[in-house]
Design a binder for this molecule. Structure first.
Ligand SMILES: [Zn+2]
Length: 132
């Protein structure tokens, strides 16, 4: 991913993280999707007192991308680390990204200190079922 594209996507994810509704976990997360048309679609974590109703920031952004009749080409996630490691999207979010964008969707993650790692949906979910 080009550096300017990556930075713009991470900036949008950082802003979305600031809007996270996470009163139960306090684990604020923000995401942003770059779409095939070139738009940036943000998403934020939304928790609920009925815990099973929570939705990851990445899927919020991915569903909004589908709502706009567009497809993801990259997704950024900004959150604090998990067990000392940069936090990557969960399996459910990777599966949704795989369905909507395929294995080549770029994934970039960052922590609040600016450490960054990049991958792809296909690398992170190598055997996920998807349309050819
Ligand atoms: Zn997730």
């Amino acid at each position: 991913m080009a550096l300017a594209d990556r930075d713009a996507l991470l900036d949008a994810a950082r802003t979305a993280r600031g809007h996270a509704y996470a009163p139960y976990s306090g684990f604020t997360m923000g995401a942003a999707v770059r779409t095939e048309r070139g738009d940036i679609v943000p998403g934020t974590l939304v928790e609920n007192v009925s815990l099973g109703l929570a939705m990851c920031a990445e899927r919020v952004a991915l569903f909004a991308t589908a709502t706009a009749d567009d497809r993801p080409t990259a997704i950024a996630l900004v959150s604090r680390r998990t067990n000392g490691e940069l936090t990557f999207p969960c399996g459910a979010c990777l599966q949704v990204a795989l369905e909507l964008g395929g294995p080549d969707v770029a994934v970039v993650v960052a922590d609040p200190d600016g450490a960054i790692a990049e991958s792809t949906v296909g690398e992170l979910l190598p055997r996920g079922p998807h349309r050819p």
